[in-house]
Design a protein around this ligand. Sequence first.
Ligand code: PMT
Length: 221
Amino acid sequence: TAAPDLAGRHVVISAGGTREPLDPVRYLGNRSSGKQGYALARTAVARGARVTLVEANTALPDPAGADVLRAGTAVQLREAVLKAAADADVVVMAAAVADFRPAAYATGKIKKKDGQEPGPVALVRNPDILAEVAAERARPGQLVVGFAAETDDVLANGRAKLRRKGCDLLVVNEVGERKTFGSEENEAVVLGSDGSETAVPYGPKEALADVVWDLVAARLG
Ligand code: PMT
């Protein structure tokens, strides 16, 4: 069994992927299964933390011992994360959050019109939850951990994202149609705002989760 080095700590973890509805039938979504976030939740429970898991559109069993909140869209996820973060020691954003949502929601199913080409879909920006949590720090000393899902120039993009988002740790992982999304394994480099870079070799998502908690526990002191 793991050392209870997160005992007495409240950690908030987001997992899964948001879905941004176009009409009652369709949505814009992504390939996140939630497995990495759930691995973080299970390992945090094992290390003694009080865990609030905010999940979006996953199909995974609730982790034993965690409080699970449900969100569908980025706006709903933001609301649930901000509320839970109010008394959190650590916030980890493992969810894949849509950067944009359709500008309009059609209350009835959008129909094809005979002889007419489809028009473009207008999008508007979603709130950046990670940047907001990091800027706000609802509690003194609160640690904020983000993820970066990249397909190209993975590390360079990760380093820029760490600075932009203002979080303490950023877990940089490569993603693709069959890479990382939905799989049991992951590999990553965890960047620290102190300039540290911790490479985590390919292995179970739980192993990466435990490295994240090691780095968090060291920073919580
Ligand atoms: O769920 P799995 O199938 O196990 O796959 C795991 C994963 C690939 C989803 C996970 O490891 C991962 O990388 N999660 C973050 C996905 C993502 O949205 O990355 P991003 O680089 O687009 O965003 C950077 C960070 O900002 C993330 O922490 C994200 O949660 C956050 N964000 C992004 C946009 C937004 N509007 N608000 C946010 O808070």
